[in-house]
Design a protein. Structure first.
Length: 692
């Protein structure tokens, strides 16, 4: 195993602010912090929506524990389907996820191969879907709200090393503690392996190395008994080789290079994300509030193999997309009386997005045939500022003990390549039919703006009569999506340990948003369908009884769209004609998605396992076909040692894809699918973790 000689140092200088008294009562500070945590949690309503929670026990019970990437944690929730490159699809939507840290929105970054957020810093992850209350806007397929670890516990830390298959080496450091009125938590992770991206072949990946590092910090300072100041920052830097597919036919000729084997290509992608949050949060009398400023910079750079890309694709593009977003978020909850809690808030964000593309191409004749083997360069650059603002007001009303109704509305305004707005009413209710049976239902009118950072207007005419010529010359602007969303479900508790749930949903969409990879770089391009229909039902079961726990989720879904309303130049004309006259399955539509897991603790040992099932994503012309079903089973055994010399040492031995089942996530066909991708083969991993 090759280990890169890189060392990750995290140094935290903690100084008691002026005026702090060394004799301050630490226990009192912890009580105040806990009260403020409860106040912050009360800012958000959940009435009418479905919520799935991963606490520390659920995260550590996963076969890779806290070393599990965040997207793989979320795959264990109902209705979440996996795609290649770490993409997630919830209830028939492409991405459309909103990530929050301590209830504060993290602005969107440019999508790529790597994960920006690290599971290590999560104390709890709440995953909300369905008909969401009015405070949730913009990205509404699912809300991922991460509650961070803090320094409320005694000062300490943890060092973890993981090594195993695919030349994997990962190290993580955590530090936490408190000093007077100050609490802090820091973590950093470095990871390298030779299977960074799902490869286009079922066996060993070729040219697929990755090196990734992630850093995160949280600091909280108590200003007084009612207010605190929170500072959160994070960074991720991910470097990927693009895996090669050997034996591909050469499609174009290049002067001076008669042959160039496809297994020798050297394409690379670099991704960088940095974000920060400064928040004032507090409670006074009957009012809870949080005022937050946030900022995020995101950059994705694709560096082609100019010779290879020209020979195989007829175009070699160096693409650099970047985005810088700054914003404000305010949330308030006023407890009017026992029957009414009024919640309101507003937010504003400003994004500056830039796209730089330098493409080498060949000239062609009137019939599209290459007529020169000497390439020339075309530059296609763009930049755009966008603004997004929203305001909401809602009332959580309890007319009597067993019924809770949440009603309200929000208004959103989006200005970028188009300007649009919407008033979105919301209604949700929970009714306790019996002490063990709860019914919930909801309606939401959604307004989903397109991801500005992914929109790169192409100068179509520049590529005419070249090997980079687009499929057609139509290019309508990408529009916000507008939905009517209905949700209803029931939760039934059986005995003290078993919980069952059923949830059904139905969405009617206008200008339904989707995304596709229409070139070598993994920078998704958004487009709209004129109409969309998404519907499904989910079944869940959860059992907890002392040392034994188990869960199971099954989702049945159908997502279709009709008529391409924007980004038409990405489609061949025959496919475009078919979609304009037929409802077609969305490329991420999967009929059946399942997940399950179990764990058993005995003494200092724990056995755990989970599985994923998918009936296959869409493929073929206009997504008229789908891939075969697959099942991936993972397992782990943990043991906690207690040595006299070094103290506690936690060990975990994990096996991913126990049965070594080879399966395709994508076969390279379908709408917006560029290349085949295969799921992971069997892998063995050993983690050693030492608290201090």
């Amino acid at each position: 195993m090759k280990i890169n000689k890189k060392y990750l140092y995290i140094t935290a200088a903690l100084i008691i602010p002026a005026g702090a008294n060394a004799d301050d009562n630490v226990a009192d500070y912890e009580i105040i912090a806990q009260k403020l945590d409860e106040s912050r949690n009360g800012l958000l309503a959940e009435t009418g929506s479905s919520i799935y929670t991963f606490d520390q026990k659920a995260i550590t019970n996963l076969p890779l524990g806290q070393e599990t990437e965040l997207n793989n944690v979320l795959l264990q929730a109902p209705g979440v389907a996996q795609d290649s490159y770490g993409q997630l699809h919830v209830r028939g939507d492409h991405a459309d996820l909103q990530y929050r840290i301590n209830s504060i929105i993290i602005p969107e970054g440019i999508s790529g191969f790597g994960q920006t957020l690290d599971t290590h810093f999560a104390d709890k992850i709440d995953f909300l879907t369905g008909a969401l209350p009015a405070e949730y806007g913009y990205r509404t397929a699912g809300i991922v709200d991460i509650t961070t670890k803090t320094g409320a516990a005694e000062t300490g830390g943890r060092s973890t090393i993981t090594a195993g298959s695919n030349d994997t080496f990962e190290t993580n450091q955590e530090f936490w503690g408190s000093q007077g009125k100050l609490q802090y938590y820091f973590t950093g992770t470095y990871d390298q392996n030779d299977r960074g991206i799902e490869p286009p072949t079922p066996g060993d990946a070729i040219h697929d190395d990755t090196k990734q590092d992630k850093e995160f910090g949280y600091m909280s300072y108590l200003l007084n008994d009612e207010n605190r100041l929170n500072f959160i920052f994070g960074n991720s830097t991910n470097r990927f080789q693009i895996p090669n597919n050997p034996g591909q036919p050469q499609n174009f000729t290049l002067t001076g290079t008669p042959t160039y084997p496809s297994q020798n290509l050297d394409e690379n992608q670099y991704e960088h994300n940095t974000y920060g949050i400064l928040a004032l949060q507090g409670t006074r009398d009957n009012l809870d509030y949080q005022f937050a400023l946030y900022s995020r910079y995101s950059d994705v750079l694709y560096k082609p193999d100019e010779i290879g890309d020209l020979i195989y694709n007829g175009i070699a593009s160096r693409d650099d997309h970047s985005s810088f977003t700054n914003g404000i978020q305010n949330d308030y909850a006023y407890h009017l009386n026992d029957a009414h809690t009024i919640r309101a808030g507003w937010g504003f964000s400003y994004e500056w997005a830039r796209s730089l593309s330098d493409s080498a191409v060949f000239t062609t004749d009137a019939f599209g045939n290459q007529n020169s083997s000497t390439p020339f360069s075309i530059q296609d650059n763009s930049k755009k500022a966008s603004t997004l603002e929203g305001i909401y007001l809602q009332d959580e009303w309890k007319p009597f003990d067993k019924l809770t109704i949440n009603y309200g509305a929000r208004f959103d305004q989006y200005d970028a390549y188009v300007s649009d707005n919407q008033i979105s009413p919301r209604l949700g209710a929970i009714y306790e039919l019996t002490p063990t049976t709860k019914l919930h239902t909801g309606y939401a009118h959604y307004f989903t703006p397109p991801p500005t950072e992914l929109i790169a207007p192409t100068s179509i005419n520049q590529f005419t009569n070249t090997t980079g010529q687009l499929a057609n010359s139509t290019s309508s602007p990408v529009m916000p999506e507008k939905d009517d969303y209905f949700d209803a479900g029931v939760n039934q508790k059986i005995g003290e340990h078993l919980n069952l749930g059923v949830d059904a949903y139905y969405k009617l969409a206008h200008d339904l948003l989707d995304e596709g990879q229409f070139g070598q770089a993994l920078i998704f391009a958004p487009f709209n369908y004129q109409k969309g229909i998404v519907k499904g039902v989910e079944f869940s079961a959860d059992y907890n009884n002392g040392p034994f726990s188990a869960y199971s989720n099954t989702a049945i879904s159908k997502a279709v769209g009709k008529g391409v309303a924007s980004g038409q130049f990405n489609f061949e004309q025959d496919e475009l004609n078919y979609i304009n006259s037929h409802y077609v399955h969305l490329d991420h539509d999967q009929a059946i998605t399942g997940s399950a897991g179990t764990s058993y603790q005995f003494g200092n040992n724990k056995l755990s396992g989970d599985l994923l099932y998918g009936s296959g994503l869409r493929s073929g012309f206009a997504n008229t076909d789908h891939l075969p079903f697959y099942t991936q089973v993972n397992a782990a055994i943990d043991h906690k040692f207690d040595f006299d010399a070094i103290g506690e040492l936690d060990t975990k031995f994990s096996i991913i894809n126990i049965f070594d089942r080879s399966y395709e996530i994508r076969d390279g066909s379908g709408i917006g699918v560029f290349a085949p991708q295969f799921g992971p083969r069997r892998g063995y991993y050993l983690s050693l973790s030492k608290p201090f």
